[in-house]
Ligand binder design. Structure first.
Ligand code: ZN
Length: 294
């Protein structure tokens, strides 16, 4: 995990120092949304297969679980260890939320007042975060959460997607954006759906990837149920495309590592910014002194 963060940081600094775009390949991330209404044995098996397919190609995954995966994870004592093994191998764990208005697939948690009396209400978004934390091994850190702004759990620093994010392939390219959610700073990055409404958008996604600007990050999302046995073709095509354009996978990162590197890169520039403020302040003081001498 740490080496990926360091690699992302070094890459960003190097690209900035070069003053030009990157090579032709943007920094990119692949998010796996583990949905509340697809949390069966078949989904766990498909997730294992997705991780294997990514490992075979050196691609890092950002795996975002919903609390509804509690049953399938706890049904086999070895699965918590599997998740820790994935993190050790460079993948990242996060959370994925379905809001009250999600068509037929609300996960039961919400901060919206209307949810409290809705059938199936399980609790607030802090309860959601507690349930998610409880289903994961204690050392598996939840770095990112994909949720709308109005249902974002306090205490998480990084958001993928969020309000305004759509299934459109054009949303795959974006720049990290600082928001204030629950009164706290949260860094956000977009991702787009590799498959939307049952239609694979792989071709459009490749075009967006190739057109991603130098200062942008590319993010794509799909699900374990998009990779059921016998249905590997489209995701494999996507993974193989990434291997083709980035043979050593040096630009493949996790969403949390990208946002953390971005935050740290900005913090690293703070001394420079302070010097700028100092220079302006000194200039203003000098002007005031000169005016007083006239
Ligand atoms: Zn979902």
């Amino acid at each position: 995990m740490r080496w990926r963060l360091l690699a992302a940081l070094v890459l960003m600094i190097a690209l900035g120092a070069a003053g030009v775009g990157r090579a032709q390949v943007p920094i990119y991330f692949n998010v796996i949304h583990c949905d509340p209404h697809f949390a069966s044995e078949a989904d766990w098996g498909a997730l294992e297969d997705l991780v294997s397919a990514a490992d075979a190609r050196g691609i890092a995954l950002t795996i975002q679980f919903n609390p509804a995966w509690s049953g399938v994870i706890s049904s086999d004592a070895s699965r918590a260890g599997d998740i820790l093994g994935w993190v050790a191998d460079g993948h990242e764990i996060g959370g994925h939320h379905h809001v009250l208005s999600h068509p037929g697939a609300w996960d039961g948690y919400s901060n919206q007042p209307a949810a409290v009396n809705a059938p199936g209400y399980l609790g607030s978004m802090q309860d959601w975060l507690a349930a998610l934390t409880a289903l994961l091994p204690s050392s598996a850190e939840i770095l990112t959460v994909s949720s709308k702004d109005f249902d974002f759990p306090a205490g998480v620093d990084f958001q993928t997607g969020g309000s305004g994010s759509t299934p459109s392939p054009s949303d795959a390219a974006s720049v990290p954006t600082l928001k204030s959610l629950n009164g706290a700073p949260v860094w956000q990055i977009d991702h787009a759906a590799l498959i939307a409404g049952g239609v694979w958008q792989t071709t459009q996604m490749k075009a967006v990837f190739n057109a991603t600007a130098a200062d942008q990050v590319f993010g794509v999302a799909f699900h374990p149920h998009d990779y059921y046995t016998g249905n590997h073709e489209n995701v494999d095509e996507w993974f193989d495309f990434l291997v083709g354009v980035d043979p050593d996978q040096s630009h493949s990162q996790t969403a949390g590592a990208i946002l953390e590197a971005h935050r740290q890169a900005l913090q690293a520039t703070v001394p420079g910014a302070s010097m700028g403020v100092l220079a302006v302040t000194s200039l203003l003081l000098l002007c005031a002194a000169l005016r007083a001498l006239r």
